[in-house]
Design a protein around this ligand. Structure first.
Ligand code: SAH
Ligand code: SF4
Ligand code: F3S
Length: 437
């Protein structure tokens, strides 16, 4: 019996898929190389913009074909689009056997049994399943042996006016530190060197638990022997405080990299988005980060064309990306999401104008990214070697999350080595090994 999982969306979904693979493995399933040979196909969906919604439907159209050769194969849909519009998907794709949401993933074994007996297994909960933490007890099946995601907080209490996530993922629920540490310990024993703490809003960690702060979680994870690197995604500018930045700077395990979404540069747009900070306040946090962690690599998310955004507003965003000099920017066109407050605001600019703004912004950032990469030339950096690529080169990442290719023996996979950077490309660095751990 084989399974195939297609994952859309963010790291939360990737980690959920790793857990689902773990559940299926526990049930005796093996991974399929191709969906055509699978007995169970799961589509883990994202709904953050309209495009991912459409991608899900076209993937389902493809997977439907499996029913010709394998009429008993099960097709399941889960994740954020399923949580938001599971019944609609079922109408559009009636051949689906199983639909479930984001807080009842641990019910997969029962849902699968139900579907196998020929019934439609549909469970989309309005309320958060109170036993959702049972999911944490399953092992993960990960593609990367040496770096692992650990979900530390689920949901989001912010109410950014464009965003569907609070609807699809519910309110903030932090996992207890003890449970997180147990999972980290297990991963380290399994050979993991880099722990990537994830959540829609990790810097809000602990607020719902009472007296725990996110930086205390960082300290606790760093105290687990064998954890060599810690990353976390996504931090919210509103919750990122000086205490956290100091702890980031003090703990050698915390990598010099941070994804801090700004979304827009104009105060008017930020307010309409209800982000809870001004450009100035955001830039003050960036200054603090650069002060305490001088070689930090910063990245951000940007939405272009929010309703009411003018060219002058857009130029404020451009100004910020030039000033901050991010290592990477993920920019998207605004996409109205059903039921969100912004969806009722009429669009002010034409799609062509917004596309042009987006392209211009991406091009400006391309040069900044390249300039940042160029600053690595001649430097020696720590690289966690993760694999040997198709060309036989060792491949890994710097603490600042840059991709590095280097010649060296296969035995270095899974180790942190020092690499002297000799060549800089647009998307990667190349170098020579200088020693390591
Ligand atoms: N919690 C994170 C982001 C989660 S969603 C944060 O607050 O930063 C990931 C990214 O998708 C967002 O940062 C935003 O840039 C983008 N996004 C969310 N809703 C969107 C929408 N309606 N249209 C376009 N992009 C959107
Ligand atoms: Fe969405 Fe805002 Fe929450 Fe991020 S912080 S998930 S953008 S509501
Ligand atoms: Fe998408 Fe859900 Fe993540 S909407 S971005 S998969 S939380």
């Amino acid at each position: 019996m084989k399974y195939y999982i297609r994952t859309f969306g963010c790291q939360m979904n990737v980690n959920d898929s790793e857990k689902m693979a773990g559940i299926l493995k526990t049930l005796g399933y093996e991974p399929a190389q191709d969906w055509k040979e699978a007995d169970v196909i799961l589509v883990n969906t994202c709904s953050v913009r309209e495009k991912p919604d459409q991608k899900v439907l076209s993937a389902l159209g493809e997977f439907k074909k499996i029913k010709k050769d394998k009429p008993n194969a099960i097709i399941g849909v889960c994740g954020c689009l399923a949580q938001r519009a599971g019944y609609e998907i079922l109408q559009k794709a009636p051949f689906i056997d199983m639909v479930f949401g984001t807080t009842n993933i641990h019910h997969l074994p029962q849902l699968l049994e139900e579907a196998k007996s020929g019934n439609k297994a549909v469970e989309i909960l309005e309320e958060i399943d109170e036993n959702e933490n049972l999911l944490d007890q399953f092992p993960t099946v990960r593609e990367n042996k040496y770096t692992a995601f650990v979900t530390v907080i689920r949901g989001c209490d912010k109410k950014c006016t464009y965003c569907i996530v609070p609807t699809t993922r519910g309110k903030e629920r932090s996992r207890r530190i003890g449970d997180i540490l147990r999972e980290v310990q297990f991963l380290v024993e399994d050979g993991v060197k880099e722990i990537h703490l994830i959540g829609q809003n990790v810097t809000a960690y602990g607020k719902d638990l009472g007296d725990v702060k996110f930086w205390e979680l960082l300290q606790a994870v760093a105290s687990v022997p064998g954890v060599e690197r810690i990353r976390f995604t996504t931090g919210h500018p509103r919750d990122l405080d000086e205490d956290t930045i100091k702890v980031m700077a003090d703990l050698p395990q915390v990598c010099e990299a941070l994804h801090l979404p700004i979304q827009a540069g104009s105060d008017k747009v930020l307010q309409a988005m209800d982000r809870g900070y001004t450009q100035k306040e955001y830039l003050q946090k960036i200054d603090l980060l650069k002060k305490y962690i001088p070689d930090i690599a910063l990245s951000t998310d940007i939405i272009v064309g929010f309703p009411g955004e003018t060219y002058e507003d857009y130029l404020e965003t451009v100004k910020v990306i030039k000033e901050v000099e991010y290592d990477q920017v993920f920019a998207f066109k605004y996409s109205p999401r059903p039921g969100t407050p912004a969806a009722d605001i009429p669009m002010t600019e034409s799609p062509e104008t917004i596309s042009k703004w987006l392209n211009d912004l991406i091009n400006i950032q391309k040069d900044i990214t390249f300039k940042k990469n160029l600053s690595y030339e001649g430097k020696t950096v720590e690289v966690l070697i993760e694999e040997v690529n198709e060309e036989g080169k060792l491949t890994g990442r710097t603490r600042t999350n840059k991709l590095v290719h280097v010649d060296g023996p296969q035995e270095y996979v899974g180790y942190i080595v020092n690499v002297k950077i000799e060549k800089v490309n647009r998307f990667s660095l190349e170098g020579r090994i200088n020693g390591g751990d």
